[in-house]
Write a protein that binds this ligand. Structure first.
Ligand SMILES: *Cc1c(COP(=O)(O)O)cnc(C)c1O
Length: 462
């Protein structure tokens, strides 16, 4: 364990800039080889403001599981957000920043006992449940908890449905659980739901809020004091998406069913805050041209591009989060787009990022840019097969810097001026590549000739 943990640094950008421009700056000297993210803190600030403007009554509690990057969590803490934590480690991360426990909801309806004890010791007392056994555990480990019943109400379509795993039936099960909790002497204070992550339907929030209203009555009748409504996550996060429509649905359902301001309303957005702030840059390190099939023209030939991040790294989102990712070449080209596929670096055939795509011809050393890569990517990534997961290079526009550096837990120490370079990959020194021991054998000659030799080989074959 490191004793001194360095504060995450954000480079303050002056003048006009873009994530693509920052990427170009980082890769232009040819030293950077590993994939990396450019994270724009300004995107998080803009989204927080937009949320407050559209849903002033709904307090966002950021779902940490979506992306637990310390800088993202610190920025949201600085802006005043609350947090949805699902485990002991997530609670530790957030309270470790100094966030008070009353700004945290332990929103996992199926919690290990030791995590409940930890939450209790940390002072995190608002927790969700959806079953009888969770009530028994709560009685044993945190009898003073403020419980929130999680009900099921699914969007007709969602990128990642959650109802199959969590949420009791609002009609068939919830009223009985509310009575049981009262009999056990436990306090239920509210209702929560999650309509599904990346929900495609907005009307579902109105249905769920209506169910919640009925359960507020049932809870009060059972002897509880109901005051907390948690509308969960499910909000879109990619650039170009908007929460205007869903905010109107939620606002009017709240006016209809919860007009009293004595009811506190929170939400647990994950994707909304994380997705668009992170742009991934990955490098093509190998290419393979498949010969055109019989009867096909040269134009229809297919090229395989191998990049240094794949489905075991950031692109796990393709498998687990059902994301559709888009590759944009960093260098513009006037050449025609051609059929291709994009593969990750591991030796697994499953490691395919884009099975059928079209790109202008790319070379070894070309960079591809993937926008909207902040949600459900980094925390799941593994360095499988020895390929490192990408580092995050954070930036913020100068006009926000003066405001953010005053907002605890961010401090002046989090920010630096200057160019974003590639410090984590220092210029290659002979010591890096050769084993230091004098006894070790000399490194063998490379198996393949350097790239420029390939041209001669090809000519010789013709
Ligand atoms: C994952 C999760 C969220 C975040 O969902 P998004 O769709 O990313 O907004 C919120 N609440 C709970 C309980 C979750 O499990």
């Amino acid at each position: 364990m490191r004793v001194v943990e360095e504060e995450p640094r954000v480079v303050v950008m002056e003048g006009s800039w873009s994530a693509e421009r920052v990427i170009r700056d980082i890769v232009e000297d040819g030293v950077q080889e590993d994939p990396f993210y450019v994270m724009d803190l300004g995107e998080v600030v803009a989204r927080y403001r937009h949320w407050k403007e559209l849903m002033p009554r709904v307090e966002p509690f950021y779902a940490v599981k979506c992306n637990d990057d310390k800088l993202l969590v610190s920025t949201l803490a600085a802006l005043g957000a609350g947090f949805d934590c699902a485990s002991k480690a997530e609670i530790q991360l957030v309270t470790g920043l100094g966030v008070r426990p009353d700004r945290i909801i332990f929103a996992n309806p199926a919690k290990p006992a030791s995590h409940i004890r930890y939450a209790s010791a940390a002072g995190v007392i608002t927790m969700t449940f959806d079953s009888e056994t969770e009530l028994l555990k709560t009685k044993q480990y945190m009898p003073h908890a403020q419980l929130v019943i999680r009900i099921r109400c699914d969007a007709t379509s969602a990128q990642c449905p959650l109802g199959i795993k969590f949420g009791c039936d609002p009609v068939a099960e919830a009223p009985r659980l509310l009575k049981l909790a009262a009999v056990m002497g436990l306090n239920v204070v509210g209702v929560s739901f999650h309509v599904g992550s990346g929900a495609q339907e907005t009307g579902v929030y109105a249905r769920a809020i209506q169910f919640a209203r009925a359960l507020f009555e049932a809870g009060d009748a059972a002897g509880h004091t109901m005051y907390l409504l948690d509308v969960g996550g499910g909000f879109p996060g990619n650039s170009g998406t908007c929460i205007r429509e869903v905010s109107q649905v939620i606002n009017s359902a709240l006016e209809l069913h919860f007009p009293s301001r004595s009811v506190r309303v929170i939400a647990e957005p994950g994707r909304y805050f994380a997705a668009a702030a992170y742009t991934l840059a990955a490098m093509v390190h190998a290419t393979r041209k498949l010969p055109a099939k019989e009867g096909e023209s040269e134009e229809e030939a297919h090229t395989m591009y191998f990049i240094n991040d794949g489905v075991y790294g950031s692109f796990n989102c393709v498998l687990y989060d059902h994301q559709q990712v888009h590759a944009v070449p960093l260098e513009q080209s006037s050449e025609r787009a051609q059929q291709c596929s994009v593969w990750g670096p591991s030796c697994d055939g499953l490691d395919c990022v884009l099975p059928a795509y079209a790109l202008p011809p790319q070379r070894t050393g070309s960079w591809l840019v993937f926008r909207d890569m902040g949600a459900y990517t980094l925390p799941v990534a593994s360095p499988f097969n020895g390929f490192p997961t990408p580092k995050v290079r954070a930036v913020v526009d100068k006009h926000l810097w003066s405001m953010l550096k005053e907002l605890w837990p961010l401090t002046e120490a989090n920010f630096v001026f200057g160019r974003v370079t590639s410090p984590q990959t220092p210029p290659p020194s002979p010591l890096d590549s050769d084993p230091p021991s004098p006894a070790s054998p000399p490194s063998p000659p490379p198996l393949t000739p350097p790239a420029h030799h390939a041209v001669f080989v090809e000519c010789a074959l013709k």
